[in-house]
Design a protein around this ligand. Structure first.
Ligand code: C2E
Ligand code: MG
Ligand code: MG
Length: 691
C-alpha cells in the first residue's frame, strides 16, 4: 500500500471499514490482503484466503481476466475496471465489478495489485432482463406501443412501424388517437379507456388506421402500468394485424351466408336480416315488405340451353335486381330462379308495388347471353308488415303464395298476399299430392276434340285433351291441374301417360283402317328435352303408329330463344315424320319473323283472339295479321275456340285453314269422336243444323 504516514494497524483498520471488498495480491496473483467486506462477500475468512492464488475465486476456469493478462495490462496502463464472475465459498456464482490498481513500492516500482470488488448481480440481472425485454420488444411480431401517463407515445417497436407505417421518430410524442379509424364512433374509444382505467386493461377487435390512411382490423390489448404509489405511470398496447385472419373469416362467412353464383345473400342471411328488421319494426312501428320474385321462363331456358347459360342468366338477373333497388334494400337468392327482395324502410305497404314495378321494368329488356337473346318476365308476390304479421317464416311463405298467384295469371306481374290465398295454396298442395296418386291409379283419361278443314268441312285431325276423374271432386279441368303439374315437375309423368294413351288410341284408329288423321298431343315446356325425339320414336314403333298420324302441340314458352339446341330438338322430331304445331299463338312474345327459324307446321291462333270476332276490331285485326303473315311464311293456320258460325265465316274470309271449337264439337270421349268420324260429319252438316 502506498500509505505515506499510516502505520500498519491504522491501515488495516481503514481497510476493514471500507464497504467495498478489497483484496490485495502480489504480482504473481497470490492474495496478500483480505478485508472484512471481502470475507462477507466471499464467505472466506482472511486466514483462509491469504496466501491462496486469486484463481480460487474465479467462477470460470478460463476467465478473461487471468492474472497474467491483468498484470501485463496494468504494467502497461496502470488500471482497469471490469465485470467478472466469481464464486463464493458456498459455490454460488455472482457478478462483481472489479477495479484493479497497481501498487508501487517506495521506489515507485510495481509491487502488487489491489482489487476493489462489489456484488453487482442484481444490476446485471436487471440489465439482462432489460436486454431480453428490449429484444422481445424489438423482435416481437406484435406491434407494441408504450405511452406515458398522459398517453403521449414514448416508444414503439419495429413491428409497429412495419404495420402502421409510422417510424419511431414520427410517432413519439403523439397520442394513440392518430391510429383511430372512422369505422368506430368516438364513444367506442371512450369506452375502451373506461375499461382500461376501471379494469386495468381492455382487449378486443379494433380497426386501426395506417399512416397511408388505410384501415385494417387488429386485435389489440391495452394495459396500464402503475408505479409504487399506485399511480398510473404508463400504458402499453400490443396489437396484431388481423387482415389475413379477417379475410379467411370473411371467406368462411361469405360461404355460409352468400350465394356462390350471384354473390347475393343466401337464405340464412336473409332470414337473419329480416329477423333483425322485424324486431326493430315491432319496436318502432315501421313498415316493410317482402317481395318474392320468380322468373317466368327460367326453367325452359335452363333445360334447353344448359346450366352454364342458366348460370350466366341468373348472374345478370341478380345484377339487374341489385341495381333496381336502393342499397338499403336486401336482395337475396333463395336458390334456383327464386329471389327475395326485402324492403325495410317504406312508409306504407303500397310503396312495395312501386318497387315491384321497378323490378319488372328492370327485367324487361332482353338478356344477351352468348348470342342468345333471352326474354325473362317475372312473377312477384308481396307480403308486408305490420299487416301480414311479424314472423319471418310466415311473411316469406305468404310472399311465396302471392307469387304463385301472380304466376297463375300467366303474365309478368305482381300480387299482394291476401288471406284467401292461403286456402287456395292448400288446395294446390292437395291437388298435387292427389294428382300423383291419380296418375298411378288410372284416374286420367283423354277426350278428343276434332279439328276441321274449313275448305272441305271434313275432320282432318283431333286433339287429345287430358281429363282427370277425381274420386271425390269429380271431373277436374286441366286448367286447374296442368299448371300445378308443371310447377311440381309432375307434368313429365303426366305427359308420359298422355303420350302412351294417345298413341294407343291412334293405333286403334289406324288399325281400323280410318283415313289419315292427325292426333295432336299437348306437351309442356318440361317435356321438351334432348331425349324427347328418341322417346317419341320408340313409342311410334312400339305402338305401330305411322309418324304422319302424330302432331305435337308446343307453346311459345318453349321458344324463348332461337337457340340452335332448341332447333336441333325440333328438327329431330320432324325428321321422324311427326309435325309440330304452335299452340296459343299470340299470347307469348314470339314474332312471326322469328318463327321462320323453327320447323313448325301449324300455328294455332289463341282462342282469346277468336272470342271477339267479328265484333271486336282489334281481335279481327290481330287474327287477320296472324293468318296472312303465317300463310306468307308457309305455315298452316288453325283457329281454336271457334264457337259461332259468325266466327267461322269471318275466319274463312281471312283464309284460315282449319278450325277447332265448340261450334263443331267440344272435346268428347274417344268412342263418340270415332262415331263422328264414321258418320262422316262435316262443317256443312253443322251449318245446316245451326243455320
Ligand atoms: P289447349 O291445348 O289450348 O286446349 C284448348 C282448350 O280449349 C281445351 O281446354 C278445350 O277444351 C278448350 N276449348 C276447345 N274448344 C273451345 C271453345 O269453342 N270454346 C272454349 N271456351 N274453349 C274451348 P282444356 O281441355 O280444359 O285444356 C286446357 C289446356 O290444358 C290446354 O289448352 C292445354 O294447354 C292443357 N292441356 C290439356 N290436355 C293436356 C295434355 O294432355 N298435356 C298437356 N301438357 N297439356 C294439356
Ligand atoms: Mg292444345
Ligand atoms: Mg290452345
Amino acid at each position: 500500500m502506498a500509505a505515506g504516514g499510516f502505520d500498519h494497524a491504522t491501515q488495516a483498520q481503514i481497510f476493514d471499514q471500507i464497504r467495498e471488498s478489497i483484496i490485495t495480491m502480489d504480482l504473481a496473483g497470490y492474495v496478500t490482503g483480505w478485508n472484512k467486506s471481502a470475507e462477507q462477500l466471499f464467505g472466506y475468512s482472511a486466514a483462509e484466503a491469504v496466501g491462496k492464488h486469486i484463481l480460487f475465486l474465479y467462477a470460470d476456469p478460463d476467465a478473461e481476466d487471468d492474472s497474467e493478462g491483468i498484470r501485463d495490462a496494468f504494467l502497461g496502463h496502470g488500471g482497469r475496471e471490469m465485470e467478472v464472475r466469481r464464486r463464493r465459498k458456498s459455490g454460488e456464482v455472482f457478478w462483481a465489478s472489479l477495479q484493479l490498481s497497481l501498487m508501487r513500492d517506495e521506489q515507485g516500482d510495481p509491487c502488487g495489485l489491489i482489487g476493489y470488488l462489489s456484488d453487482i448481480t442484481a444490476r446485471v440481472e436487471a440489465e439482462k432482463t432489460m436486454r431480453l425485454q428490449s429484444r422481445i420488444f424489438n423482435h416481437s411480431e406484435e406491434s407494441i406501443l408504450i405511452t406515458d401517463a398522459s398517453r403521449r407515445i414514448l416508444s414503439v417497436n419495429q413491428a409497429f412501424s412495419e404495420i402502421t407505417g409510422y417510424s419511431q421518430e414520427e410517432i413519439v410524442g403523439q397520442t394513440p388517437a392518430i391510429l383511430r379509424s372512422d369505422r368506430h364512433p368516438a364513444e367506442f374509444y371512450d369506452n375502451i379507456w373506461v375499461h382500461v382505467e376501471q379494469d386495468g386493461g381492455w382487449h378486443g377487435e379494433v380497426w386501426t388506421r395506417r399512416k397511408n390512411g388505410e384501415d385494417f382490423p387488429s386485435w389489440a390489448s391495452i394495459s396500464l402500468v402503475r408505479n409504487h404509489d399506485g399511480q398510473v405511470s404508463h400504458y402499453f398496447s400490443i396489437f396484431t394485424d388481423m387482415t389475413e385472419r379477417k379475410q379467411a373469416e370473411d371467406r368462411i362467412h361469405h360461404l355460409a351466408y352468400y350465394d356462390d353464383l350471384t354473390g347475393l345473400p343466401n337464405r340464412s342471411l336473409l332470414y337473419q336480416l329480416v329477423d333483425q328488421a322485424l324486431a326493430e319494426a315491432r319496436r318502432n312501428s315501421l313498415h316493410g315488405a317482402i317481395l318474392f320474385v320468380d322468373l317466368n321462363r327460367f326453367k325452359p331456358i335452363n333445360d334447353t340451353l344448359g346450366h352454364a347459360i342458366g348460370d350466366l342468366l341468373l348472374q345478370q338477373v341478380a345484377g339487374r335486381l341489385r341495381t333496381a333497388v336502393r342499397s338499403a334494400d336486401v336482395v337475396a337468392r333463395l336458390g334456383g330462379d327464386e329471389f327475395v327482395i326485402a324492403l325495410f324502410d317504406i312508409t306504407e305497404r303500397e310503396h312495395a308495388a312501386v318497387v315491384a314495378q321497378k323490378i319488372l321494368a328492370a327485367l324487361d329488356p332482353s338478356f344477351w347471353i352468348e348470342e342468345n337473346e333471352l326474354q325473362m318476365g317475372a312473377s312477384i308476390g308481396i307480403s308486408a308488415y305490420p299487416r301480414d304479421g311479424f314472423d319471418t317464416e310466415a311473411l316469406l311463405r305468404m310472399a311465396d303464395i302471392a307469387m304463385y298467384r301472380a304466376k297463375q295469371s300467366g303474365q309478368t306481374g305482381y300480387v299482394f298476399y291476401s288471406h284467401e290465398m292461403n286456402q287456395r295454396t292448400l288446395d294446390r298442395l292437395q291437388i298435387e299430392s292427389s294428382l300423383r296418386h291419380g296418375i298411378e291409379n288410372d284416374e286420367l283419361l283423354l277426350h278428343y276434340q276434332p279439328k276441321v278443314d274449313i275448305a272441305s268441312g271434313r275432320i282432318i285431325g283431333v286433339e287429345a285433351l287430358v281429363r282427370w276423374h277425381h274420386p271425390t271432386r269429380g271431373m277436374v279441368s286441366p286448367g286447374d291441374f296442368i299448371p300445378i303439374a308443371e310447377e311440381s315437375g309432375l307434368v313429365v309423368r303426366l305427359s308420359a301417360w298422355v303420350l302412351e294413351a294417345a298413341l294407343r288410341q291412334a293405333h286403334l284408329w289406324y288399325a281400323a283402317g280410318l283415313p289419315v288423321l292427325k292426333v295432336a298431343i299437348n306437351l309442356s315446356a318440361r317435356d321438351f328435352s334432348p331425349t324427347l325425339a328418341t322417346r317419341v320414336a320408340a313409342l311410334l314403333t312400339s305402338h305401330g303408329v305411322p309418324p304422319e298420324w302424330i302432331e305435337l302441340e308446343i307453346t311459345e314458352g318453349m321458344l324463348t330463344h332461337s337457340s340452335e339446341e332448341v332447333i336441333a330438338m325440333m328438327d329431330a322430331l320432324t325428321v321422324l315424320g311427326v309435325t309440330l304445331a304452335l299452340d296459343d299463338f299470340g299470347t307469348g312474345y314470339s314474332s312471326l319473323s322469328y318463327l321462320k327459324r323453327f320447323p313448325i307446321d301449324t300455328l294455332k291462333i289463341d282462342q282469346s283472339f277468336i272470342r271477339g270476332i267479328p265484333a271486336d276490331s282489334d281481335d279481327c285485326a290481330i287474327a287477320g295479321a296472324i293468318i296472312s303473315m303465317a300463310k306468307s311464311l308457309g305455315h298452316r293456320v288453325i283457329a281454336e275456340g271457334v264457337e259461332t258460325a259468325a266466327q267461322l265465316a269471318y275466319l274463312e274470309g281471312l283464309g284460315c285453314h282449319e278450325i277447332q271449337g265448340y261450334y263443331f264439337s267440344a272435346p268428347v270421349p274417344a268412342d263418340k269422336f270415332e262415331a263422328m268420324l264414321r258418320e262422316g260429319r262435316t262443317l256443312q252438316m253443322n251449318r245446316s243444323v245451326v243455320g
